[in-house]
Design a protein around this ligand. Structure first.
Ligand SMILES: Cc1cc2nc3c(=O)[nH]c(=O)nc-3n(C[C@H](O)[C@H](O)[C@H](O)COP(=O)(O)OP(=O)(O)OC[C@H]3O[C@@H](n4cnc5c(N)ncnc54)[C@H](O)[C@@H]3O)c2cc1C
Length: 504
């Protein structure tokens, strides 16, 4: 074991939405910061995904195996790189709706209240939207919560084939809205991520050190168990120990929980900071179904641009939340087939003889996205070196209803549009994302005021270990139907303010 000869004020582990954004906040303090990142820098051509390579569906799956509840191995769809999953995400940055922070009745139970409310996070949502150059439009979506400032840039325009459909959807009385997107306005790397906006600017400062290809294995505490003393990481064939005053985990909900569980010691026999037995539990991930609509020819290469939230809280026929709809973007650069492989096979059967490129340029894709409820048996656990994800989705009927509502909308729209635009009476092949799609993973270290039922306090510091924080999607006590990235970023900025104060 090599003991690094430096002592850091802060060690941040992971550079995704949480870690990268926190780094942006802490770097200007001048404090000595070490960033440990398991991946390396992604080459530009891989990030842009603008060619058919995306259909090699294993491309963004991590080179490791996790195990499901039946012990079957799978390759998780998660990206280890500087910028983490924000290097491959859709860059759709939506705020959670204000009611998402409250106790809400779902069909299968109550989604619990958060220990802070929308108003507490609102200034940080605004800060995150400024930092990530979010392009959006207020005043259309009836579920959009109050904003203290407008989006920094106007909402995006739609690809012509999508615009026609959007106009027809609006005529049905729904409220299609330009989806808020993080855009750099740079041709070579158009979508904004935590490397571009968080890590890159911080690395220009002399007090920040980044070590890539540094996989953190576990954390070591002082003999009392009250503080983390050292971070153990593998770099190449060597094991290193890094010493710091404050340690922040930001490895994504599943990996952060695994590191805590792997750090069990005499004072923390069931895992570090796990007095509540909640570490790894209440893993949640959005239910995702891809629906494909046959359309007039299009380029197949365009960004996602529209969201529809009219069914978010239910409708006249179903009094419970259903979820969120967004288009997938041009299928040639979208990760849809990688996330929902069954769609591809259904589609291929429908149109025999069509190649992937032809299928993608004659279709528009949609995502139906619904929340799940926290369930303590949905969990990350370790058995020796093996990482298990015990997971069974819930809130399934609400999600199915959303999918069927959406297909009804598409059928109505298809009746209105000329057949040159959309195939009238066409089929709508769809596919649900399997377990390995862990894109919207959250939970596993929920925050709360009661140390017996939560892992983190309101500042995302572990209840049990004074200098240990978690700032990725682990802290979510419930799961919204919109994507998690903007909330992770906003929360990292909020925790960052707390840490700036603590470091003074
Ligand atoms: C294909 C795809 C599309 C998506 N689209 C959207 C979208 O449009 N909108 C949205 O809101 N969300 C989207 N998401 C989800 C979004 O990317 C996540 O919500 C967000 O990145 C979570 O941030 P995080 O900080 O929790 O984790 P991540 O961003 O995953 O960051 C974790 C970091 O930790 C590093 N790491 C992991 N383990 C270790 C270790 N042991 N040692 C050192 N480093 C480690 C990883 O390499 C990574 O850099 C998408 C995700 C995917 C995969």
């Amino acid at each position: 074991m090599i003991v690094d000869d430096q002592h850091y004020d802060v060690i941040i582990i992971g550079t995704g939405a949480g870690g990268g954004t926190l780094l942006h906040k802490l770097a200007p303090t001048g404090k000595k910061i070490l960033v440990l990142e398991r991946g390396g820098f992604m080459p530009l051509e891989e990030q842009n995904r603008s060619n058919v390579d995306i259909f090699k569906k294993e491309r963004y799956h991590a080179p490791e195996q996790w195990y499901d509840k039946n012990g079957e191995p799978f390759s998780p769809q998660t990206n280890y790189a500087v910028g983490g999953n924000t290097k491959v995400y859709g860059a759709a940055l939506l705020r959670m709706r204000d009611r998402d922070f409250e106790a809400v009745n779902y069909q299968e139970g109550i989604s619990p209240e958060w220990c802070l409310q929308y108003e507490d996070l609102e200034p940080y949502y605004t800060e995150a939207e400024q930092l990530y150059m979010v392009h959006g439009s207020l005043g259309i979506d009836p579920t959009e919560p109050a904003h203290s400032a407008d989006y920094p840039y106007a909402g995006v325009t739609h690809e012509p084939c999508v615009q026609e459909v959007v106009d027809a959807i609006a005529k049905t009385g729904l409220h299609p809205t330009p989806i808020p997107l993080s855009l750099t306005r740079q041709q070579d790397d158009p979508t904004g991520d935590s490397e571009v906006f968080g890590v890159e600017p911080a690395l220009k400062l002399p007090n920040v050190t980044l070590k890539t290809s540094a996989r953190v294995v576990c954390l070591h505490t002082s003999p009392s168990g009250r503080e983390v003393k050292a971070v153990e990481a593998r770099i190449g064939q060597e094991s290193y120990l890094f010493l710091g005053d404050i340690v922040v985990l930001a490895c994504g909900a599943i990996n952060s929980a695994a590191i805590l569980l792997r750090s069990a010691n005499e004072k923390h026999p069931t895992g570090l900071a796990n007095r509540s037995d909640q570490v790894g539990r209440n893993l949640m991930k959005n239910q995702l179904t891809a629906v494909v609509q046959l359309s007039a020819p299009n380029s197949g290469k365009f960004l996602r641009s529209v969201s529809i939230n009219d069914f978010y809280w239910g409708d006249a026929d179903f009094a419970y939340p259903m979820g969120h709809i967004q288009n997938t973007g041009g299928l040639l650069q979208d990760i849809i087939y990688a996330e929902a492989p069954p769609v591809l096979s259904v589609f291929s059967k429908l149109m025999p003889g069509f190649g992937i490129r032809q299928l993608a340029t004659h279709s528009i894709g949609w995502w139906a996205q619904s929340a799940v409820l926290p369930d303590s048996t949905n969990r990350v656990r370790l058995d020796g070196d093996k990482l298990y994800v015990d997971y069974t989705a819930n809130n399934i009927e609400a999600h199915d209803r959303l999918v069927y509502r959406w297909i009804d909308v598409l059928k109505t729209v298809e009746k209105e549009l000329p057949t040159s635009m959309l195939q009238r009476g066409g089929m709508h092949p769809r596919g649900e994302s399997p377990l390995q799609v862990v894109a919207y993973q959250c939970g596993t270290c929920r925050f709360g005021t009661d140390p017996s039922t939560s892992v983190l306090d309101v500042n995302c510091r572990t209840h049990d270990v004074d200098n240990l924080y978690v700032v990725d999607s682990s802290f979510f006590p419930s799961c919204p139907s919109v994507g998690t990235a903007l909330t992770v970023m906003a929360n990292a900025l909020r925790v960052g303010d707390h840490l700036v104060e603590r470091l003074q």
